[in-house]
Design a protein around this ligand. Structure first.
Ligand code: UDP
Length: 245
C-alpha cells in the first residue's frame, strides 16, 4: 500500500529539554536522541521540511535559577546557552544518521553555529537540510515555546509540533486529579483562557494571531513525531477551530 501523503510541507518541531533528558533528571539521553533523529530523518524523507527549536530545561531554567538567588536576566541568558548544548547534541546525532543539518543561534556564537538569519534558514530548508534553532528568541524573560511559535511564523511552517512528556492537554493536572480529561481538540482561545500550563501565553497568542495550529503530544508514544507530522490524530491539537485547523 502506498504511504499516506504528508499533510504538511513544513513543520516546526519543538523539543523540550525534558525530551532530551528522557528518564534522566539532568543531561542528555542519547538513546532518546537517536530515536528522535531517526524519526526526523523519515519525516524529511517523506518530503516535509523540518525546523527544530530546542529547549534547555534539562540543564538550566531561568525561573528556577532566579528562585535560587540569581539575577533573572543573567539566568535566562544561561538558560539560552544551555539550549545550545542540546542543539549540538541533536546536530551530531542527526548527522550520524545521515541528515544534513545546520544550527542557527539567536545569540552570536559563530565558532559553533551560524547566526540566525531567516532567509538563510528558509534556504537551508528548501535544500532539504534540517535546521536547528538554538538560544531561543535571544531575549530574556521568554521561553523556547515562544521561540518555536516565532520561528514557525518566520519560516512559514504550517504547524508547531510540541513534543513533551504528557500525551496532550488536560482539563487539570492528570497527576493530581484523576478526573482530568484529555482534550483531542481545543481552540487557541480556550487554551489561553484556561491558563493551561502546557504552553505559555505568549507562544499561544503568536500562534493564534498567525493561525498556526499546535499539536501537543508525548514523545514516548512510538513514532510520535512521524505521526504528528503526517497529521494523524495524536495528543491534542490547538487550533483556530475552523475547518483548516
Ligand atoms: N530562555 C530565554 N529566552 C528565550 C528562550 C529561553 O530567556 O527566548 C531561557 C529561559 O531561562 C528558559 C531557558 O532558557 O527557562 C530554557 O528554555 P525553556 O525553559 O523554554 O526550555 P524547555 O522548557 O523547553 O526545556
Amino acid at each position: 500500500m502506498a504511504e499516506a501523503k504528508p499533510r504538511y510541507k513544513r513543520v516546526l518541531l519543538k523539543l523540550s529539554g525534558e525530551a532530551f533528558g528522557g528518564n534522566r533528571e539532568w543531561g542528555i539521553d542519547s538513546a532518546v536522541l537517536r530515536n528522535v533523529a531517526r524519526q526526523i530523518k523519515r519525516v524529511m524523507e517523506s518530503g516535509v521540511n523540518v525546523g527544530i527549536v530546542v529547549g534547555g530545561g534539562n540543564f538550566m531554567r531561568g525561573a528556577d535559577a532566579e528562585r535560587d538567588g540569581m539575577e533573572r536576566a543573567t539566568a535566562d541568558y544561561a538558560g539560552m546557552v544551555a539550549t545550545l548544548i542540546n542543539a549540538l547534541a541533536l546536530q551530531d546525532t542527526l548527522e550520524r544518521e545521515g541528515v544534513i543539518t545546520r544550527t542557527q543561534s539567536a545569540i552570536n556564537i559563530q565558532q559553533i553555529a551560524e547566526p540566525y538569519i531567516r532567509r538563510r534558514a528558509i534556504r537551508h530548508l528548501e535544500k532539504g537540510r534540517a535546521v536547528i534553532f538554538a538560544c531561543g528568541t535571544g531575549n530574556p524573560y521568554m521561553t523556547t515555546d515562544t521561540a518555536a511559535a516565532l520561528r514557525a511564523v518566520e519560516i512559514g511552517a504550517e504547524v508547531v509540533l510540541k513534543a513533551t512528556n504528557v500525551d496532550g492537554i488536560y482539563s487539570a493536572d492528570p497527576k493530581k486529579n484523576k478526573n482530568a480529561e484529555r482534550f483531542e481538540k481545543i481552540t487557541h482561545f480556550e487554551a489561553l483562557n484556561r491558563r493551561l500550563e502546557v504552553m505559555d501565553s505568549t507562544a499561544i497568542s503568536l500562534c493564534l494571531d498567525n493561525n498556526i495550529p499546535i499539536i501537543v503530544f508525548n514523545l514516548q508514544t512510538p513514532d510520535a513525531i512521524e505521526r504528528a507530522a503526517k497529521g494523524e490524530p495524536i495528543g491534542t491539537i490547538v487550533s483556530s477551530g475552523d475547518k483548516n485547523g
